[in-house]
Unconditional design. Structure first.
Length: 554
């Protein structure tokens, strides 16, 4: 007979940081990890129901992928593919635990997050040049880059470009501030891009000390999180609910974009702290894991048509995100082939090169997948937890990312999505409309409600699932008004009210609560790059502008 799940999973990627098994609900408690909703009860589930839900959420392997000359009905034309991995980069910046699994198991109540809960790029800087000098050149001002150039054929914007350098490595392992930023080829090269941005700023300001260069880089990064990443994920309306100074009617005439924040403070209803912000487990253990549904099964790195021995048809020079055979997938923690350099024009929008269902072919900006209750097949067999060269899980391991996320939520004692919605004053979505599957026309016709996966989900959806289902429900309401299947399928998705508020309040709270952020030290500050003529902060400076600014290296 099935029993309610109460066993804590082993602590590895995709599950618990050290100390998070302690469900601290006290109103007086505050540590580096804490709870946004401390009074809400933990949801419990039947384990077999969780297993069935994870399996239903994870797509089966397909013999053929959609070619680039056609629209994939799972693509999200509101969010370029690069933001999936910028979101991963942000996650690694604000949460980390380097302690061994044994110590975690022996000290379950040690509530320690060794990554500061602030958007300060310590995933990039580590402990700095004094404590980790092997990451820096002899001057201590610039990062060491890898010896190997990573090249590829560029787009029309950058023909035949030499794209980047590999990360510095020792026996294949990257010498960087956070090893997780070598988990896959894309986030690895994003780490390398920010290393180069720091070096670019160090060259631009040769007389400034390391700490001042670091501040410049951090503030540009914080701007990107607030005004480029968040609006795409939670929507501009939600951003302006939380940061009312951004509304046109609240701006100071002839003032800078951020000057009016002094008169219009951030409106955070649920994320509160006494002295410094903590990391809410509802964010780290559930809501922020929306990005897993955005992962594509295949990516183009550049216009270089990379060979593959993978049996799936239609790759056309692209690579699977994960594969048991290293060079058929974008698996990380290794040196990868020198012609695997990424052309960021294929991942982020730039002036004259935007994401659109009308722009197809290899040179297009690749879309992310929609935020919905479906994970692509490769996430059902993570290489880290699978037998070498096989899709079978290692002994005692869980290779399904969906199941790892669901068990993580139980181990953290997270409340159900419906409980959180009611606490926020939002009417919960009915069980019959919490659907499992893809946000596309076929999904509208065939997706089944979560309760088909088990009775323990009746009015009791796991918070992670609810956040995804809410985004899918919001998409379906918008798609209903469209006349033809293509218009429905190309309707983009964003987080809904519950997920958007948890994600938005946390990231905005971490920046506004950071005494060293630009909003705290200099709310009139604006980026050095981008388009200063743009009055809206959303288009003033984007990752696309940063890509234009930082030169390639040979």
């Amino acid at each position: 007979m099935a029993t309610p799940l109460n066993n804590q999973p082993r602590v590895q990627h995709g599950v618990l940081e050290r100390g998070l098994s302690a469900p601290v609900h006290s109103r007086l408690y505050e540590g580096r990890f804490g709870r946004m909703f401390r009074t809400l009860p933990a949801a419990t589930f039947v384990e077999d129901d969780l297993v069935k839900l994870a399996a239903t959420m994870t797509a089966l392997p397909e013999p053929k992928v959609t070619p680039e000359t056609e629209i994939d009905d799972e693509e999200n034309f509101g969010i370029p593919a690069g933001y999936t991995y910028f979101g991963q980069f942000i996650d690694h910046d604000i949460t980390f635990d380097p302690m061994s699994s044994l110590m975690k198991q022996n000290d379950p109540d040690g509530l320690v997050d060794f990554r500061t809960p602030a958007l300060d790029l310590d995933c990039l800087y580590g402990r700095g040049p004094d404590d980790q000098p092997y990451m820096f050149d002899p001057s201590g001002r610039k990062f060491i880059l890898g010896d190997r150039a990573l090249t590829g054929t560029g787009t029309a914007h950058k023909p035949n470009a030499t794209l980047t350098r590999d990360l510095p490595r020792f026996h294949g392992r990257a010498l960087i501030g956070d090893k997780r930023n070598d988990e896959n080829v894309i986030v690895s090269q994003l780490q390398g891009f920010f290393l180069r941005f720091h070096n670019f700023m160090a060259d631009k300001y040769p007389d400034e000390p390391f700490t001042r260069i670091q501040q410049r880089v951090r503030w540009h990064y914080q701007w990107l999180v607030l005004f480029d990443f968040l609006p795409r994920i939670i929507g501009r309306d939600m951003v302006e609910k939380l940061l009312p100074h951004l509304k046109p009617e609240n701006r100071i005439p002839n003032g800078s974009i951020n000057a009016s924040i002094v008169a219009n403070k951030p409106q955070l209803k649920f994320f509160h702290w006494r002295e410094t912000p903590f990391m809410p487990v509802e964010f780290s253990g559930a809501a922020y894991r929306f990005g897993h549904s955005m992962v594509r099964p295949v990516y183009r790195l550049s216009l270089e048509n990379l060979p593959s021995s993978h049996p799936v048809e239609g790759l056309g020079g692209r690579k699977m995100i994960f594969d048991p055979v290293d060079n058929d997938g974008l698996n990380g923690f290794r040196e990868f082939p020198a012609n695997w350099g990424i052309d960021w024009d294929l991942y982020f929008e730039r002036p004259g090169h935007i994401l659109s269902p009308k722009a197809l072919g290899p040179e297009r900006v690749q879309p992310s997948y929609k935020i919905d209750t479906s994970l692509v097949a490769p996430l059902g067999r993570l290489p880290e937890f699978s037998k070498p060269g096989s899709s079978e899980p290692k002994q005692g391991q869980i290779s399904s990312l969906g199941l790892r996320n669901l068990k993580r939520g139980v181990a953290l004692g997270l409340p159900s999505g419906q409980t959180v919605a009611r606490f926020m004053g939002i009417e919960p979505i009915p069980d019959a409309e919490l659907l499992v599957g893809k946000a596309n026309v076929d999904g509208i016709a065939g997706n089944k409600p979560i309760t088909d996966c088990g009775k323990s989900f009746t009015n009791n959806a796991p918070l992670w699932f609810y956040v995804l289902a809410e985004a899918q429900w919001k998409w379906q309401q918008q798609a209903k008004s469209k006349k033809n299947p293509e218009d429905k399928n190309t309707t983009p998705t964003q987080l809904g009210e519950v997920g958007g508020r948890i994600v938005g309040e946390t990231l905005i709270g971490l920046i506004t609560g950071d005494a060293n952020s630009f909003l705290s030290l200099d709310p009139t500050w604006e980026p050095e790059f981008g388009d200063p003529s743009v009055k809206s902060p959303y288009d003033r400076f984007t990752i696309g502008h940063l890509i234009e600014t930082v030169p390639s290296v040979s």
